[in-house]
Design a protein around this ligand. Structure first.
Ligand code: AOF
Ligand code: ZN
Length: 372
């Protein structure tokens, strides 16, 4: 049988390629995960790809039918690499497991299991029941890393929270009383814009919104349509009507998390300008973050990028709500006038493990994930 001629090394190589492909629509598939499928044949000259698919923008069609369409008859006898277990349910599209069976693939190599209760092992079981060999769990951790937002929303009923901080070499994130202080270089900043493009929503505290007057969009060439929704923790609705965030609210969604004590007249004015309001309350002078995350999950947001400032970051950390901690550390120092970062890179809070590190120009990047 065709599928039997592939080595474990081939399986890893093609799964790695499928995982890279699945990155393409991160942040664009709504409540559906961005999944990829590769169909690979070996007609005696070594394996080669005959079909590829990634979950469509908006979430449907799924990855598998697209790869099968591209492969046509060549899908028969091919090996299918799927970053997530193929679905088993009749949703708005027929089950992908069924489509793979009908196309006559010889073997399915899967990375992560799908926790969706309509799937959850049934996808693999359907394939096996049809006599298709299934190899599960190939590069499961690597695939789960890109599926993390979907997996977090499915299992914890809240979005994955990614905290991004840019720190100077002496552990400062800005200068007291000054607006946007450039800490990292241009390459690191571009990387942050990629993170924005891949997130469903981005959040800052009102302090940062007032001092920086940020736009919080993705401004990479060709990727401006990928700006996530913007959220401001603004308990008293102090965000100025002429701020960049409010002025752009009709183009890129802006959500404000305000407490019941906020002035109703301001609320009406901000609403008129295009802002929307999250269903949250303030407790002890602080927006209740778990409630905020519940509301975001209910609205279909699977990932939230928290960009500061220090007290907002500290609040998410203190409540144990950070799933991924991304630190960009520049070689320069700020000195005594600097605002101390809420995280000391030499003493990362317990429960996090280093997932990857990289250099972006002069700056160093460290990415930690919560161990659970
Ligand atoms: C796949 N391939 O590419 C994706 C899958 O609302 P529906 O019918 O589109 O189903 C959504 C569920 O489909 C989602 O919760 C997850 O279980 C699965 N996503 N499955 O076979 C794909 N994106
Ligand atoms: Zn499917």
């Amino acid at each position: 049988m065709q599928g039997a001629s592939f080595s474990p090394h081939d399986d890893q190589r093609y799964m790695a390629a499928a995982i890279r492909l699945s990155r393409r629509h991160l942040g664009l598939t709504g409540t559906n995960p961005s999944v990829a499928t590769l169909l690979v044949r070996d007609d005696g000259i070594g394996p080669y790809i005959v079909g590829r698919g990634v979950t469509t923008v908006g979430g449907r069609p799924h990855a598998e039918p697209q790869a099968l369409d591209e492969a046509g008859e060549r899908a028969r006898g091919a090996v299918a690499y799927v970053t997530l277990e193929p679905c088993a349910h009749h949703g708005r599209t027929p089950p992908c497991a069924e489509a793979l069976i009908r196309a006559g693939v010889a073997r399915v190599v899967g990375a992560a299991r799908d926790p969706d209760p309509r799937v959850s092992g049934r996808g693999y079981a359907m394939l096996r029941a049809a006599g298709i060999e299934v190899t599960e769990g190939v590069l499961a951790e690597e695939a789960a890393d890109l599926l993390k937002a979907y997996l977090t929303r499915s299992t914890k009923k809240r979005p994955e929270v990614i905290l991004k901080l840019a720190l100077s070499n002496d552990g400062k994130i800005g200068i007291q009383g000054e607006g946007q202080v450039p800490i990292t270089g241009e390459i690191a900043r571009r990387q942050v814009h990629v993170m924005r493009a891949e997130a469903d929503a981005i959040l800052v505290g009102i302090g940062t919104a007032l001092v920086d007057d940020p736009l919080l969009t993705c401004r990479l060439p060709g990727l401006s349509a990928r700006s996530p929704a913007r959220i401001v923790l603004d308990r008293l609705l102090r965000l100025p009507i002429d701020s960049q965030l409010v002025r752009s609210a009709k183009e890129v969604p802006l959500f404000l998390a305000a407490g019941g004590e906020a002035d109703p007249a301001r609320r009406a004015m901000l609403k008129e300008a295009g802002a929307e309001f999250l269903a949250v309350e303030a407790m002890d002078g602080q927006i209740a973050l778990p409630e905020l995350l519940d509301d975001l999950a209910a609205r279909g947001f699977s990932s939230l990028l928290v960009e500061g400032g220090a007290s907002t970051a500290a609040a998410f950390l203190a409540e144990g709500l950070v799933d991924r901690l991304c630190l960009f550390i520049s070689p320069g120092s700020i000195g005594a006038r600097g605002i101390a970062a809420p995280v000391d890179p030499d003493h990362i809070p317990s429960g996090f493990r280093l997932l990857r590190q990289a250099s972006f120009g002069e700056d160093h990047y460290f990415e930690y994930v919560r161990a659970d």
